[in-house]
Design a protein around this ligand. Structure first.
Ligand code: T4K
Length: 377
């Protein structure tokens, strides 16, 4: 099979018509107001609050800064239980708050942190749980809430992948004390760079807004050690236009995922991540697991073969965070403590998923994946 002429990436950003963006930027130019809670920012904040169906929302300049500020606002101390199977930003936000991550193993199906492993990891210094809705699949929020209540812990969700997801009609951003969303260009909804925190607690929302603006309360009062987490007007203007495109993009992505699922369903050794019951998906990633023993070809071989055909799949989240040099000496980072995560990270592959992919391209990508088995098996 011939390689694709152009690279097929794991995702492509939604791009509104350039003249629509130019018109919005015209309003920004006319106002002479480029950042620090301008009109675009305020409009996006209230539209996202409605879209995500959450009581309070604060915009940030990226998801990592938002998460770092969330942990600061909660005034956490000591140790925080988290997953090793996530993007580096998750445990790094803990380090920037002088908190020690305690890695707990993941569920073999959802790939989210396993509530039983959380419970086993709780110690005298534990102050919170930092869970990630991996690839947009919701964590077991009920079990996590029960554990947190029993041990007096705060709960923070990294919902970077879970924009617009719902569980039994519950908006994902209402779980826990606070949820973080990423609006990076690689996300379904994006502002080029951006992020948000959502919470049900008005006092926490006020704290987020203080911390993202250097801790400045008034012209002559600085009351907290804040940083610069503000979203600028250009990013907010882009976000307002992208938000109008999200519903159609989700439908297109659902159709593409259906093709992948149909093709992989009968194949022994390839498992497509399934949406859990009563769940509205964020349609963020098309993740598959490849069991090299059953399929006859390893994940890495398929990844390389896709690359040779100009398909740039991604091994999110390899390497495991617990293997980074700054974490590997933690007792919780030992391989024996994280057997499921170590297996999953060797099997995972995220395939291209974005609305502009044609069905023909998706079928060809499946052919390449399957062909790897035929040529080597
Ligand atoms: N928590 C979790 C669980 C996360 O996944 C992330 C971010 C965060 C926290 C932190 O949120 P932010 O601070 O980023 O808001 C990308 C993204 O940069 C990152 O936001 C994302 N997760 C992660 C899963 O993916 P890379 O290193 O894979 O990015 P990159 O540049 O290789 O892009 C991936 C592909 O996307 C490219 O091969 C092509 C395509 N692409 C990318 C960009 C930037 C485009 O087509 N256009 C573009 O402008 O991390």
């Amino acid at each position: 099979m011939r390689p694709f002429d152009q690279p097929i990436y794991v995702t492509r950003p939604l791009l509104p018509p350039l003249d629509a963006l130019t018109a919005r930027l015209g309003a920004v130019w006319d106002s002479g107001w480029l950042t620090n809670a301008g009109a675009q920012h305020d409009q996006l904040e209230s539209r996202l609050r409605a879209h995500l169906d959450v009581p309070h929302l604060s915009l940030f300049n990226n998801g990592t800064m938002a998460l770092t500020m969330a942990l600061k606002a909660l005034d956490l101390t000591g140790e925080v239980i988290t997953t090793p199977f996530t993007f580096p930003a998750t445990p790094h936000a803990l380090l920037w708050n002088a908190l020690t991550p305690v890695f707990a193993d993941i569920d073999p199906v959802t790939m989210n942190i396993d509530p039983a492993a959380i419970e086993a990891a709780i110690g005298s210094k534990t102050s919170a749980i930092l869970a990630v809705h991996v690839f947009g699949t919701p964590c077991d929020g009920t079990a996590i809430a029960r554990i947190a209540a029993r041990h007096g812990l705060r709960v923070v969700y990294d919902a970077a992948h879970a924009f617009g997801a719902r569980m039994d009609e519950t908006p994902i951003g209402t779980l826990g004390d606070v949820s973080m969303f990423s609006f990076h260009a690689t996300k379904l909804f994006h502002c080029a760079e951006g992020g948000a925190l959502t919470t049900g607690d008005a006092a926490l929302k006020a704290r987020f807004d203080l911390l993202r603006n250097f801790g400045i309360e008034g012209e002559s009062t600085v009351s907290a050690p804040g940083l610069n987490g503000k979203m600028n007007e250009m990013d907010a203007a882009l976000g307002l236009l992208v938000l109008d495109m999200v519903a159609e993009e989700k439908q297109q992505r659902a159709a593409i995922k259906a093709i992948y699922s149909r093709r992989f369903e009968p194949i022994d050794g390839i498992t497509a991540l399934r949406d859990v019951a009563n769940f509205t998906s964020s349609q963020q990633y098309m993740a598959i697991r490849i069991d090299g023993n059953r399929f006859g070809v390893t994940r890495d071989e398929i990844y390389d073969r896709l690359r040779r055909h100009n398909v740039i799949a991604r091994k999110y989240f390899a390497p495991l965070c617990s293997t980074f040099p700054h974490f590997e000496n933690l007792p919780s980072a030992r391989r024996e403590n994280l057997p499921v995560a170590h297996r999953v990270v060797d099997e995972i592959l995220c395939l291209p998923l974005y609305g502009a992919l044609t069905p023909d391209t998706v079928e060809r990508i499946c052919d390449i994946v399957e062909g790897a088995s035929f040529s080597c098996g």
